[in-house]
Design a protein around this ligand. Structure first.
Ligand code: BGP
Length: 467
């Protein structure tokens, strides 16, 4: 049999990612309204998001650097409250103007914009009225999406509906969301979840109507779940966790149904959402064009006999557990980052293969990367070999996955440039470009190319032929 050559497709979207509130700064400028992030509490010892990387004022310089790195795509999010300061109603022209300029700048440098419509920063005015628990937020999101398609749809070909809806539901508090206050907070969360599925479906339908030729998809955080052992109970726990963490968030947009394990979990936990007549049809009719997903690590779980503590203290990649359902355990075969996240490049390939097999849609990686305490050395040098190592191993596995038939259309590591982490400040850096500031000292915010910048530039230039 002829051996297949292993290579990336010619038009592969080599990119990098950011999100608005983590990179832009200018939190109260040019008419921007408050988001839940702006009013949320920042964990002790770390910076808030007010200035971040000051990308709002330095986007031209940043885009020039992205172009120098050779990026074919840049995945960023639009700040809802720059466009609609109150989430709905009054449009802020200045907000439109900023993203117009950013998109034009990217296009002028031949960088494909990949736009996340909503990345954690829900308008505070909507939150005050119940946020995603209120069905009116679905309409507000739909109208916001319509506005984006109207103003930017002529230039943006790739749209992402909601960043990490699954992490918002499971670890919302850690990510800066405002916690549900009802008598049954879990039911409220799954109600919010249902409304987000509806909002997403409406945006997908609208996008197809308004922007022929554009593509749109969901963007959950996906982590393949390993059982701690071959003990059937552990395998059951892995299935449990995977169903509510991963597949729930793709089964809805792709198949238009709640999977049965997730459904029985919601029954057990007394948190089945109220579903109105017609809701499931709306969800079923909207078909995503691709699946975008963020991957940092796999998860490993064991059976839980009912004694484990609840999940809320974990984060995107640290699993605690839910009594009687699953319990997070360390994987003894994996190393960890300085921030305790397991590193699993092979798990990346496993995740890619699983997604391909389950959903049979093109895949786009919208986040993957290593958070570390980088050190700026004499002469403006950052030797982030550990990051190069992490990315190299993941790209290697992506390449093999492609040769195994996975339809991977792009890879956008987190993050294009240093930015403020969701809950661990600016010291947890991910970027190819260093931003000269500390938690509480803004210094000069100057941009410095890290070693990984030059490495990634070469990878892109040779289309991943050598890594
Ligand atoms: C994802 C989020 C990003 C990003 C990344 C790294 O969950 O989509 O916004 O921040 O994780 O996470 P952290 O900043 O917590 O290290």
């Amino acid at each position: 049999m002829e051996r297949k050559t292993i290579s990336f497709p010619k038009d592969f979207l080599w990119g990098a990612s950011t999100s608005a509130y983590q990179v832009e700064g200018a939190w109260n400028e040019d008419g921007k309204g408050l988001s839940v992030i702006d009013v949320g509490k920042t964990p002790e010892g770390v910076t808030d998001f007010k200035v971040a990387s000051d990308h709002y004022h330095r986007y031209k310089e940043d885009v020039a650097l992205f172009a120098e790195m050779g990026l074919k795509a840049y995945r960023f999010s639009i700040s809802w409250t720059r466009i609609f300061p109150e989430g709905a109603g009054r449009l802020n022209e200045k907000g439109i103007e900023f993203y117009d300029k950013l998109i034009n700048e990217l296009k002028a440098h031949n960088i494909e914009p990949i736009v996340t419509i909503y990345h954690f920063d829900l308008p505070y005015e909507l939150q005050k009225k119940g946020g995603w628990a209120n069905r009116e937020t679905i309409e507000a999101y739909e109208n916001y999406a319509r506005t984006l398609f109207k103003y930017f749809g002529d230039r943006v070909k790739y749209w992402l509906t909601i960043n990490e809806q699954n992490m918002v539901v499971m670890y919302g508090a850690v990510l800066g969301m405002i916690e549900a206050k009802s008598d049954n907070p879990k039911k409220e969360l799954y109600q919010q979840n249902h409304h987000m599925f509806l909002a997403q479906a409406k945006a997908i339908k609208l996008c197809h109507e308004m922007c022929p030729g554009a593509k749109i998809g969901p963007a959950p955080n996906i982590a393949y779940v390993y059982p701690a052992s071959s003990k059937p109970e552990d395998v059951l726990a892995a299935q449990n966790f995977s169903s509510i963490r991963n597949w729930l968030y793709l089964d809805l947009p792709v198949f238009g149904r709640y999977n049965s394990v997730a459904w029985s979990y919601m029954e057990r936990e007394n948190c089945v959402p109220d579903i109105e007549e017609g809701d499931m049809n709306i969800i079923k009719e909207a078909k995503p064009d691709f699946i975008a997903f963020n991957y940092y690590s796999t998860a490993t779980v064991a059976w839980d006999d009912g004694t484990s503590s609840s999940n809320s203290t974990g984060d995107q990649q640290i699993v605690i557990g839910e009594p009687g359902f699953y319990k997070g355990v360390a994987n003894p075969h994996l190393e960890k980052t300085q921030f305790g996240w397991e590193i699993d490049p092979l798990g990346f390939r496993i995740t890619l293969r699983e997604l391909h097999d389950r959903y049979n849609l093109p895949l786009l990686v919208t986040e993957n990367g290593l958070g570390a305490y980088d050190k700026l050395e004499e002469g403006d040098v950052v030797n982030d070999d550990y990051r190069i190592e992490y990315l190299r191993k993941h790209i290697e596995q992506a390449k093999i996955a492609i040769s195994e038939g996975v339809n991977l259309i792009g890879y956008c590591p987190w993050s294009a440039i240093d930015l403020v982490s969701t809950h661990q400040g600016i010291s947890k850096r991910y970027g190819f470009i260093y931003v000269n500031r500390d938690e509480f000292d803004l210094k000069d915010l100057r941009r410095i190319k890290k070693k990984s910048f030059y490495w990634y530039k070469n990878v892109i230039a040779i289309n991943g032929e050598e890594l």
